[in-house]
Design a protein around this ligand. Structure first.
Ligand code: SF4
Ligand code: SF4
Ligand code: SF4
Length: 482
């Protein structure tokens, strides 16, 4: 459809909002309560725009475009409305930018500057709430809250924990855990996403307080080193000290972690990078003592050493050992170095410890030792069977997606001897004895075949060895398995 913004016509698609269309075409509409990963709610009204033929201003983030729509984003009426809304927010907001940790990354500050809003200090009426710093990772100063509900929504829609609700009325309406307890007394998992999305300094990361101002950090986009979800993260590094100050979920690949999600490990566990005991320079052992050397010297020494061993004993006498803390790409380079440069097949990896069996099993069952689908497909699943995985602990961001899939209507079956967290969300908890997984799965296959629940076209087109399988599982009746 054709939609006009500020006199220029653009192609739009059914269901698109005014805000999305404007952003797609480089037209700036300010927002406070909007985040691309979350459902829009039009609470802050800063994105108000004029639509010809409609009496009242419309919120661009929630209003869908229609054929022939004519929108104006910067008329006097629009600007005045934005100024009024900003003034109302600033009349209850502490102007302590000098010591606020959000200074330089505060959307309210940016917009107050852009719209030149000045509120005389005698007109500011603060809420007078105490600082809430009882929690290990998060400090909340709800005097600064602008009621955008981003924290409530990210906890609900992405983390699926719903720790906060907006409580009370009017200017007192604020996000609170049930009964106003500290977060540590709630079921909060300290994923820190509420601090990531808070557009002002109302929720901030405790470990980052006082470390560096926003203009004193560099943003480094990378992959979280902790687990196989591979969350994309933006690490903010102090330019002078080269220390990690804080971590945000990155928008670089929303399919992985929704452009915002982290767990407590990725968000608050990267401070090991700052540990003074870490090796930052290569060492060579001389006369029994490790001595610091330059990278060039270390590389020459290693290359010469490898060459000497290979010349004397052959290329299979050397091997490389890589790490799960590296990215897929780094590990790929490592095996390429081994196979193409050193010409050795000896490549190993610390993930062998826990994944030798899973990779072999997956490769035999599905033809590849990796996931057969992407990280988002699970949201479409009707049934999810979790076994051998305490997902919310080991791969927390993916665990949250399983919870979301359950909310979407998927049935969850957990087969695990332990009462893992996902059991709370499960329709069925199968508590098999340790060591009986194979019997359990053979039992499931037995019932699937006996009750003719088989997807025959899939079996005939995509699988081999079904008749042999049938013979093996013949004896695995439910009674036998039990
Ligand atoms: S840290 Fe995570 S779980 Fe806790 S309140 Fe914030 S978003 Fe919710
Ligand atoms: S605490 Fe921050 S994110 Fe939550 S409603 Fe207030 S301003 Fe918005
Ligand atoms: S789920 Fe947590 S540990 Fe795993 S990659 Fe994401 S942030 Fe890192």
């Amino acid at each position: 459809m054709k939609v006009t913004i500020n006199g220029r016509t653009y192609e739009a698609i059914e269901g698109q909002t005014i805000y999305d269309l404007a952003m797609q075409n480089g037209i700036d509409i300010p927002v406070l309560c909007h985040h691309p990963a979350l459902e829009p709610i039009g609470a802050c009204r800063i994105c108000a725009v004029e639509v010809e033929g409609l009496k009242t201003l419309q919120t661009a983030c929630t209003t869908k475009v229609f054929e022939g729509m004519k929108i104006h984003t910067a008329t006097d009426r629009v600007t005045n409305a934005r100024k009024t809304n900003l003034s109302l927010l600033l009349k209850v907001h502490p102007n302590d930018c000098m010591t606020c940790d959000a200074n330089g990354n505060c959307k309210l500050q940016e917009l107050a500057y852009e719209y030149n809003i000045k509120i005389p200090s005698q007109e500011v009426q603060l809420r007078g709430l105490p600082l809430d710093d009882a929690d290990p990772f998060i400090v909340r100063d709800l005097n600064k809250c602008i009621q955008c509900q981003l924290c409530v929504r990210v906890c609900d829609e992405i983390e699926n924990m719903s720790i906060y609700s907006m409580v009370e009325r009017g200017y007192e309406t604020l996000p609170q855990p049930a009964f106003g307890t500290p977060l540590k007394e709630s079921e909060c998992v300290f994923c820190g996403q509420c601090a990531t999305v808070c557009p002002v300094g109302a929720i901030v990361e405790k470990p980052a307080i006082g470390k560096a101002r926003w203009w004193e950090v560099d943003k480094v986009t990378t992959t979280c080193p902790y687990c196989g979800v591979g969350c994309q993260i933006d690490v903010y590094v102090d330019k002078r000290k080269k220390e990690v100050v804080r971590v945000y979920g990155s928008g670089i690949n929303p399919d992985v972690n929704d452009g915002v999600a982290t767990c407590v490990k990725g968000k608050f566990g990267l401070d090991f990078v700052n540990d003074p005991a870490r090796l930052k320079k290569p060492l060579i052992k001389r006369n029994g003592e490790f001595t610091e050397v330059s990278w060039q010297e270390a590389l020459d020494y290693t290359a010469n050493g490898l060459k000497a061993v290979i010349t004397k004993y052959g290329s299979e006498s050397v091997g490389v050992l890589s790490s799960a803390k590296c990215t897929n790409e780094e590990n790929y380079l490592m095996q390429k170095f081994a196979r193409a440069v050193l010409k050795t097949p000896n490549v190993d990896h610390c993930a062998r410890l826990c994944h030798a069996s899973t990779v072999a099993g997956l490769a035999r069952a599905f033809g590849s030792g990796a996931m057969t689908n992407n990280l988002k497909d699970i949201l479409q699943a009707q049934v999810i069977l979790v076994t051998g995985s305490n997902t919310t602990e080991a791969h927390p961001v993916y665990g949250s997606r399983i919870k979301k899939a359950v909310r979407n209507g998927a049935k969850l079956i957990v087969s695990d001897p332990r009462k893992i967290e996902l059991v709370k969300y499960a329709t069925i908890w199968l508590r098999q004895r340790p060591g009986t997984d194979v019997a359990l799965f053979n039992g499931l296959l037995h019932v699937i075949i006996k009750e003719n629940l088989v997807d025959w076209p899939f079996i005939s087109n995509r699988t081999v060895g079904f008749e042999e399988l049938k013979k093996i599982i013949g004896k695995y009746t439910p009674e036998y398995v039990e």
